[in-house]
Design a protein around this ligand. Sequence first.
Ligand code: SME
Length: 161
Amino acid sequence: MTEAIAFSRQADRETLYLEVEPQIAALIEGETDLIANLANIAAVLKEVFGFFWVGFYLKKGEQLVLGPFQGPLACSRIDLDKGVCGQAYSTAKPVVVPNVDEFPGHIACSSASKSEIVIPIFDSKGTVVGVLDVDSDRPNDFSDIDVRGLTAMSKQLAKII
Ligand code: SME
């Protein structure tokens, strides 16, 4: 398997997504275990983009349960209709929150988190099975570039779920 991710340290975020996506695809092609892949994806996103927190919540029973992540301690369980994660899960659409203090029902795992993006993750049949959650310690840190880049990665996962 790949032992290190190659990326241009000075590049803008759009370029970084383009550089990283095929490398994530290669990682996933070489490993069938979901947790191993989610763990490596979280590590790659943290290393390349320097996000404050990046991780996965997976649907288990009637809740989203914390999966592999990088960053500070986070909430273990989120109800399916609660918070930013619950909205992305229940609408099956990406949610971008420029200012977490203005999102009704935002679940604050860390007071340092200022903006957030959550992308649904689908299985091969198109059912939502969880979410990819990225938090920034800067307000208004996410745009359509992140929606596109992170959605492309989430689509890779459908191949193995
Ligand atoms: N803020 C999220 C909860 C998860 S943490 O950000 C890691 C939410 O409102 O769903």
